[in-house]
Design a protein around this ligand. Structure first.
Ligand code: FES
Length: 151
């Protein structure tokens, strides 16, 4: 194994006690309502996930996603209504395209596309909301701090 291969094979470990900062853009009609339901049923999800309520994920622009990383997020996700159920018809499809585009940019600038994701759920799916929160928390914890946050 060459030096380069060894470097690639050895995964950088996140700092001890690293707690990622995660921002979730949540649609008012689904994911945010699901978060509310999770709270009502006392279902726990990681406290380091900061929810930003939006009227529809179609309101979330590429600039918002990239700004979240610029302002210190280690991971970001967008949670919108199920496909075909957006209250504004196509907002979640717009969001999906914007997330896909932002992922390309994140790869190009070395932040990594896996730090950004899009999910779809309904207001009743509070279990899925918690699952998604845990998926992103585990993934970003494993990945470590965003390169933009490393000194
Ligand atoms: Fe929920 Fe558009 S209203 S994603």
């Amino acid at each position: 194994m060459s030096d380069h291969q060894e470097q690639v094979a050895v995964k950088e470990k996140p700092a001890e006690g690293f707690v990622p900062k995660i921002v979730a853009f949540t649609c008012n009609f689904c994911a945010y309502a699901a978060a509310d339901l999770a709270g009502s049923t006392r279902t726990e999800y990681p406290v380091n996930i900061k929810l930003i309520r939006v009227p529809c994920t179609g309101r979330v622009d590429v600039v918002h996603l990239l700004k979240a990383f610029e302002h210190g997020a280690d991971g970001v996700y967008v949670a919108g209504c199920l496909e075909g159920n957006c209250h504004f018809a196509e907002g979640n499809y717009w969001a999906k395209r914007r997330v896909r585009y932002a992922k390309k940019i994140l790869d190009e600038i070395g932040v990594g596309s896996r730090r950004l994701e899009m999910f779809n759920l309904s207001a009743a799916m509070f279990g899925r909301f918690v699952e998604v929160a845990n998926i992103m928390n585990d993934r970003i914890t494993e990945m470590g701090p965003s390169p933009l946050n490393k000194k």
